[in-house]
Write a protein that binds this ligand. Sequence first.
Ligand code: AMP
Length: 567
Amino acid sequence: MRPPRNDMTDLEKNPAMTGSMQHWPLLIWKLIDHAALNHPATEIVTRTVEGPLHRSTWAQAHTRAKRVAGALRALGVQAGDRVGTLAWNTVRHLECWYGISGMGAVAHTINPRLFVDQIVYIVNHARDRVLFFDLSFVDLVRQIAPRLETVEHFVILTDGEHMPPQEAARLLCYEDLLAMQNGDEPWAELDENSPAGLCYTSGTTGNPKGVLYTHRSTVLHAWSVCQPDLLGMSARTSALPVVPMFHANAWGIPHAAAAVGAKLVMPGPDLAAPALQRLIVDERVTLTAAVPTVWLAVLAHLEREGGDLGVLERLIIGGAAAPPSMIEAFEQRYGVSVAHMWGATELSPVGSSGMLCASAAALSPARQLELKCTQGRAPFGVEMVLRDDEGRTLPRDGVQRGRLAVRGPWVVDRYFDSEGGHARDRRDADDWFDTGDIATIDERGYMRIVDRAKDVIKSGGEWISSIELENAAMGCPGVAEVAVIGVDDPKWGERPAMLLTREAGAAVAQADVKAWLRERVAKWWMPEHVIFIESMPHTATGKIMKTALREQFGAAGSKPEKGGVKP
Ligand code: AMP
């Protein structure tokens, strides 16, 4: 071999070299290290489970997260072990998140609104060794503890004064555990692809499936959601995540807040509209996020009681489709900019946002509202494609509807410890994740969810979007919530049935809804049945539970007996 010439560059001498920048693994604890160093006095305010408002800072949360890490090591927890949390959005829960992943274990957030059997299933499936839980869940934990096969330590997230006396002997007290640590526990030096968080999807069929996030996926997601077209977070933000940390990581807000040094306002267990409005005003909240049902209640409260939303700039609605009437009401009556967001547990969870792009500024207000009601455009890091039932890619023309598939560094690859394992759609070599949503994408990249694949109504071979029908009916005065399901029809195969609830004190009737819809939807979309019900069933993540409605009203495909609606 010829010796290298003196004038050769490093790359010419060694074509296999990988570049010469530092290797800095993307680890979650670096987020809170950054916040504590650069934004030490920025506040984290919590409405506590015990009642009073509690004020902490990033510096304090950092030290206490290190104490959590030390306490877990003292309890024998090892890197890779799962540690469960059954907790509201509070600073203690935040400390647990950073402490658990910071010592190399996996923070497994458990949704307390799931059925008891599902909670037992996921704790056992995850093989949680320690369970941290709020005082609100003492009865629940007492009930399930005998069925939990792997939990060795139960820790109540409270202090000695509030420990339930009859439990004290069997349970560990969070503040006592932390008091035994000095707060200078070293973080774990890990590969950035190590697991850090675990969240189970609340599937309506079969057992819940676990999504095991990595340090890298979490940090990249946090970085991304800070961007102006997503959550738009900065060191001037005061963020109120109403969306729970146990549902898809509170949309990344607790991690993103550390990345930029934002103030966090944690609502604890009181998610009722009056409490949220008070927090928004008193804590000068500029950004907040939740599912549509939460904002429906806040709107109704504001309309009833008067009042405003303080200095709130941006309100994010996601998890289910935001009705246009709600976006309009917040923007026009309360001067808040509303962004619609779409995502899923499998996407960490954020996949797109409906912020307007520059070319949309020239559009009419009505057309702008239409765009805001779409689920929006993908950020860098999320690739989207629409495909037909044969797996062929569909054009981005805003018209053709297909199954929405995604891929990217914060999209699930395979479910945690599941048989078969792969979450990816393996029909082609590119391994996209099929979201189960039916959507269109337009030339600007705005994606619109038409339906869940399992909710779409096929009438006479044509599709009727349950979401579009629901959106149309939501604007009808006096209507509180709407769900549209498919019901069997001997002639058309399926026809839409609309279930509604009324706002308190409203007298809106079937004929009013039909008249309202007649002006807004195609004739063949008119629901076959319009039925008012007492209350709308919701899932553990605050979405309308269509499976329950299908069972109750004998809808297509999933009913105990066939033969149309049971009024
Ligand atoms: P989850 O994993 O519980 O967050 O559920 C994810 C699913 O919620 C998505 O696949 C969508 O069907 C639905 N979803 C989330 N965000 C939206 C949205 N903005 N509009 C309509 N559906 C949504």
